[in-house]
Design a protein around this ligand. Structure first.
Ligand code: ZN
Length: 133
């Protein structure tokens, strides 16, 4: 793991939360992106070397919609930058971690991503992400 790449925050509305995070961080989102396969809309804010990712559900059955229904808005996941995602997936599987994705898949912000199941990481949803070349 190289660094914390971003922290994902579940929000009901990016449009409404954008103002709050723009004020908090002192800069507007540098990118908004829809990930159709995940039923999610994202907005990214740069904070030094890391980022804040706001996540809004675009479908009622998406993971973000279910998360907000259960827990309300708030921190959703921590994403770590990795150099070789397939190698990290193999390493973590061998260490006994439960992977939601057994292989990397396309994510937002030009990344290949995979999630670990929070039940093997003390309740923290962990995302691995590798920059696409
Ligand atoms: Zn993320």
């Amino acid at each position: 793991m190289n660094k914390v790449e971003h922290i994902g925050i579940a929000v009901k509305s990016i449009q409404e939360s954008a103002r709050v995070f723009e004020l908090l961080l002192g800069a507007p989102a540098y990118k908004e992106e829809q990930v159709e396969s995940e039923g999610v809309k994202t907005a990214f804010y740069q904070v030094g070397e890391t980022k804040i990712e706001l996540l809004e559900a675009t479908k009622p059955d998406s993971a973000i919609a279910k998360f907000i229904e259960k827990k309300g808005e708030g921190v959703h996941h921590i994403a770590f930058d990795v150099t070789d995602i397939e190698k990290e997936i193999s390493r973590l599987s061998a260490e006994g971690f439960e992977l939601i994705h057994k292989t990397g898949k396309d994510g937002a912000d030009n990344k290949i991503i995979a999630f670990l199941h929070p039940k093997s990481t003390n309740g923290v949803l962990v995302e691995l992400c590798q920059e696409k070349l």
